[in-house]
Ligand binder design. Sequence first.
Ligand SMILES: Cc1ncc(COP(=O)(O)O)c(C=O)c1O
Length: 475
Amino acid sequence: MDRREYLKTLAAGSLSSSFLLESCENNPKTLTENAVSSSTLSQRGVKASQTVLRVDFDLYFQAASNLYHEVDNPGGAFPLNVAENKLNWSLLKSKLEELTSKNPISGWVANYTDSVGSPTSREVMAKFLSKHLTKCPIDPAQIGLSPGATSVIDLTSWIIGEPGDVAVFPAPCYSVYKQDIGNKAAMERYDLITHHELTDLKNGPLLTTEHLDKALNEIQSQGKRMRMLVITNPDNPTGGIYTKEQLESFTDWCIERKIHLIVNEIYALSQIDTSHPNIKNDYKDNIEFFSFANIMNERKSDYLHRWYALSKDFGASGFRVGVVHSMNKDFLAAYNNLNGPSMVSNYTQWIFELALADDEFVENYITTNKKLLTDNYATAVTALKRLNIPYVPARGSLFVWLDLSEFLDGNTQEAESKFWLELYEQTGVLLTPGDGFGHTKRGQFRLVYSYVPQNHLEVAMSRLGDFVNKKRSQS
Ligand SMILES: Cc1ncc(COP(=O)(O)O)c(C=O)c1O
């Protein structure tokens, strides 16, 4: 199927993957009666066979195989919808190549090791986190490694939640959490709305304990149990950073109610230099990232946990290294006993052990990364400002969360999908649709500014600008 044909089918709602998911979810009877009776799979297997991970993955792979290049493919596409940081790969790549060529493989690499990571790898990981990210001591016995944050989230949910328990996420929020907590642990996602317009977030995330009270009441009135609160800091998709005071208030609130609080710090080292001349006027206060590990160390509560991965900060999503951090002994024991199917390959552990132990390399990587991220971020938002497109000023993460609702025929899912596909078809710019991020306002999109180099991002933003200007002149 060529791209035009594909887009038409998708727009018409007849493409299997994304629409089967909706039809199964909206009508579980269809799933049980029709599909299960004729299938060789379990009910779970049938559901999984029809539940796509993300509605925009097919188009992502299509756009990624037709990447823009000024000489080789000037009509190419910009897949700005998947959270990849490709800006600093050359630095990591040359470091890994140097390490693999200079170091003989350690003896333990070919053997079984602890299911949550080899002792030496966990020690290096704990030191790296402590020195560069959390700025407080981390005990290697309190962390475990799994292949990527996805695996960490999946297993954490399985250990903490009963089927039907509810996990609360401040909206808008990373869409795939729904699958990560739901596919195996069968937990439900509750999207907590704190605002209507994204411009309300210009000074940071708005979540308060009053919002949490409201969510808890609503969940309990449905006869369900709120089991965990998940905060992503820096946030996906808004790029906001939670203050120490916010994190402390959520901690008190959760511990008092025996609810688990988990902070996902997967973007902790992907920070923007807010003093950059082209963006500095967007920021009123100087909010510094404050790692939740400090609060965990102070409270030592069984209800506090942290997630991390090398996928974003090191642009290393393909290596699959995720980290869980907890002081809950039972939780750690369960994690250890269940992580067998999800161990990180020893070769990957070994090579990152060498890289992360090199402080000079890590410091250089983080500084260079911040500069590259800031330059690309400034390129994206300078264009948005010029075009008068509302966006949330980000302090971290790889995203700009923006509002294109003025171009929608209505506040509906169909209108959003139609606009999203039209934008991609006419410009090659593929954004992440707001669908799945749990917010009520349609027409909000996520732009990943770290997928292409700055000069390519300029072309993408210029194409987006031409499209927007044409739309405005037509209306
Ligand atoms: C907030 C958040 N958590 C988890 C993940 C998944 O990360 P990984 O590739 O390490 O599984 C992502 C990826 O986009 C993310 O944004």
